[in-house]
Design a protein around this ligand. Structure first.
Ligand SMILES: [Zn+2]
Length: 305
């Protein structure tokens, strides 16, 4: 199992992407171009020894024409193209040199090198955004990809549409030797995690943390401290991890949002991380930022990440 957060490292050079004058088709025709192909939601990867990696130009001949195609940047000077296809041809399902594996499992297992997980997340979020923005939100006319797929332009009113990232606050609030964790209904049995919620328009990160914890658990939060962030490509979120100071301990759990929420001692959290809790309770896997917020608390709160 991977021990580091997923999707946080991205080896792509993408600072100059907007200045590239070539079209996506021209970049894709480069004999060194790598392809990050998604069949529906699932990456189609090449088996390279113990790890999985992007498809090579020679693999592309067997692929159907993509419905979306985006230039992501350059990896060791090679253009990297994200491609959306419907279904993967049998060749990619049957041959042992290829593998289809979902993005979440890739990060849980560490199936793709850490430095390449970021560009997979980038590809997934951008391809989804294209698929969901075929029409102009100002006038309703069709939009077309522009700037190598990093923007969509309206064919009627000239409106320019840019990919969005949705900020999500994820917070571990604590008081003394106890921290507050919750369970959503879709979690695997026994797992508790940090509370989280989308940041509202016009709201600071700190206020989003305070509002979410008050709404979901009835606890007022004082000081809030940013810890780290993680791209979360389901679909285009950025998880912004914080620690917060609880100002009370009497819970009022919103059971519409959470199946359960309760306080856990530092010792219990250590056991949940180690998967040795006597009641079988567990923490999220290491690829998720919540795991690292819990680890920070378990180690005493102030140790560097
Ligand atoms: Zn328009």
């Amino acid at each position: 199992m991977q021990t580091e957060m997923g999707y946080i490292r991205n080896a792509l050079e993408r600072s100059n992407v907007e200045r590239e004058t070539a079209t996506v088709a021209e970049l894709a025709a480069d004999p060194s171009a790598l392809r990050l192909v998604f069949a529906g939601d699932v990456p189609v990867l090449r088996v390279e020894g113990e790890a999985l990696s992007a498809l090579l130009p020679a693999d592309a001949a067997a692929l159907p024409a993509p419905t979306e195609q985006v230039f992501l940047g350059r990896l060791d000077k090679r253009p990297v193209i994200a491609m959306q296809i419907g279904e993967a041809p049998d060749l990619f399902r049957d041959e042992s040199r290829f593998r289809l594996i979902d993005l979440r499992s890739i990060a849980v297992q560490g199936a793709v090198p850490l430095e390449q997980q970021g560009m997979l997340a980038q590809a997934r979020s951008l391809l989804l955004w294209h698929g969901n923005h075929r029409f102009c939100s100002k006038c309703g006319a069709p939009t077309v990809p522009a700037v190598s797929g990093l923007r969509r332009d309206c064919t009627a009113c000239g409106g320019l549409h840019f990919p969005r990232t949705d900020p999500v606050a994820i917070m571990l609030v604590s008081q003394g030797d106890h921290c507050l964790l919750g369970r959503q209904r879709h979690f695997v049995p026994g797992m508790y995690s940090a509370l989280a919620g989308f940041i509202s328009p016009g709201e600071t990160l700190e206020d989003a943390v305070r509002r979410e914890v008050l709404e979901e658990a009835g606890i007022r939060v004082g000081a809030v401290r940013y810890v780290a962030s993680q791209p979360w490509p389901f679909a285009s979120s950025l998880m912004i991890g914080c620690l917060g100071e609880a100002l009370g301990e009497n819970l009022t759990v919103d059971h519409e949002e959470l199946e359960d929420a309760r306080w856990f001692s530092r010792d219990e959290v250590r056991r949940m991380l180690a998967r040795t809790h006597p009641d079988g309770l567990s923490a999220p896997v290491p690829m998720a930022i919540a795991h690292h917020l819990l680890r920070k608390f378990a180690e005493g709160g102030e140790a560097p990440a």
